[in-house]
Design a protein. Structure first.
Ligand SMILES: Nc1ncnc2c1ncn2[C@@H]1O[C@H](COP(=O)(O)OP(=O)(O)OP(=O)(O)O)[C@@H](O)[C@H]1O
Ligand SMILES: [Mg+2]
Length: 426
């Protein structure tokens, strides 16, 4: 082409630059719209999930219309951005057509001078030039189109990438020590600090829990009790300070041995949408049915499971919705009791039980006392009276520590809590 006419090639380059600048503008614009689409899609999908999971609340407050309006609003935003993206990308085709038309027109208009001196038949040269130009235009605009499409999809791809990175990234390091072989299971927490993002939650926690003893963690809602339990379970990395078991930092133990020896019954009861039996096998794959029944008995859950038509083969549905709150809690407790643990953390694990069932579960916990290091988080004072030591947390700090009787003899928050609940001290 250059040999045919350098001026014509320069004009072509001018056209390419115009196309490139348009594409750049379109790429930035579609990138922005892509981000808006991704955010709107996330928001819409979250709203849909919340609508399904919160259906009971919606029904109890007769909020179907408000919920529909809310979800429809999110869907509308999502559709609006999609529409914007389609409109924006469809502008590219007319721009290219008009620009290439103008280009060909200017070739014809200035053809005489552009090709002068090269060919006597300059019209033939122009036709050849235009044919070559259009042959190249197709793939070039195709490539630009792909670039624009990628720019639009990029934010969604980034989100998926971020998700996989979060899944695979473990900020926690595990060692290869076998916790099961530890000579003792006392827990020592020293100078522990922890916060979510920039918000400090736990500050300067120092606690010592001797092997086989029972520590009760009490305090107002939001004081940091569950956060402390989760840190001992190694669900989060600590910001400063350390937690050790038998004098060894918990990060030195292997993940497998840690899971085998330390158990947590968390505040939120998590049951899988599967049979009761499989819920047990998930945490203890080699558990026998006899062991499962034994664990159910310890958690005072054997009776109602026996009454279920399909017993252990009963499918308990999403989040355990087929069971009552107290029944779910007892299943979760039984799951943690299936094999003896060296350390057991019970986070409000009997909060939904009736007094009779709670008394049975208390007996199970009392039986573990002496052989298992227990950390019990409870609002109910009946649960904490049997502890060897009580730590009262306030705004992420341990403000009181001692035996229940020591704390009851002084003017403490613990005594106020006991008095408020009108539970007679042990
Ligand atoms: N994932 C999180 N991100 C940010 N802040 C959080 C997170 N989890 C908990 N928090 C905050 O940390 C503080 C302590 O929460 P935590 O669940 O430990 O309280 P708690 O003492 O167990 O309360 P409760 O008795 O109600 O269970 C609260 O202020 C809570 O809002
Ligand atoms: Mg909690």
């Amino acid at each position: 082409m250059f040999a045919m006419s350098p001026y014509a090639v320069m004009l072509t380059l001018l056209f390419v630059v115009v196309l490139w600048l348009t594409t750049r503008w379109m790429t930035d614009r579609q990138g922005r719209i892509g981000r808006q689409i991704t955010d709107a899609a996330t928001s819409y999908q979250q709203a849909g999930l919340q609508m399904i999971s919160g259906m009971r609340l919606v029904q109890t407050v007769a909020g179907e219309d408000r919920m529909e309006e809310w979800v429809a609003g999110k869907l509308h935003t999502f559709v609006k951005f999609h529409y914007k993206a389609i409109t924006a990308s469809s502008i590219m085709q007319p721009i290219t057509t008009v620009a290439s038309g103008l280009f060909v027109a200017s070739l014809l208009f200035f053809g005489d001078s552009l090709f002068s001196g090269k060919e006597t038949d300059w019209l033939g040269s122009i036709i050849l030039f235009v044919v070559v130009f259009y042959r190249m235009l197709g793939p070039a605009t195709g490539l630009y189109g792909v670039r624009i499409t990628i720019a639009q999809l990029w934010p969604a791809l980034q989100k998926v990438k971020m998700f996989f990175e979060l899944c695979s990234r473990s900020q926690l390091s595990f060692g290869d020590r076998d916790l099961g072989k530890s000579p003792s299971f006392d827990i020592s927490i020293s100078g522990l600090n922890f916060g979510f993002a920039d918000t400090p939650i736990l500050q300067d926690i120092n606690l010592s829990i001797p092997s086989g003893s029972m520590l009760a963690l009490v305090g107002e809602s939001g004081a940091g009790k569950s956060t402390l339990a989760n840190l001992i379970m190694r669900l989060y990395p600590t910001s400063a300070g350390q937690i050790s078991i038998g004098g060894v930092n918990i990060s030195e133990f292997s993940r497998k041995s840690f899971a085998e020896n330390v158990g947590l019954v968390s505040q939120d009861t998590i049951l899988f949408n599967d049979t009761l039996k499989n819920n047990f096998l998930f945490v203890q794959p080699d558990a026998t049915e006899a062991e499962i029944w034994e664990a159910l008995k310890k958690a005072k859950a054997d009776q109602f499971v026996e009454e279920l038509e399909q017993g252990l083969d009963t499918v308990i549905q999403e989040g355990g919705s087929r069971l009552s709150g107290g029944q779910r809690q007892r299943i979760a407790l039984a799951r943690a009791l299936i094999r003896p643990k060296q350390i057991l953390i019970l986070d409000e694990s009997t909060s939904q039980l009736d007094a009779f069932s709670e008394a049975v579960v208390q007996e199970t916990i009392t039986n573990l006392h002496g052989t298992t290091t227990l950390i019990v988080i409870a609002h109910r004072m009946s649960t904490v009276r049997k502890a060897d030591a009580v730590a009262v947390l306030e705004n992420g700090r341990v403000v009181e520590f001692g035996t229940p009787n020591q704390l009851l003899m002084e003017d403490t928050m613990f005594r106020q809590m006991i008095e408020f609940q009108q539970v007679s001290p042990a």
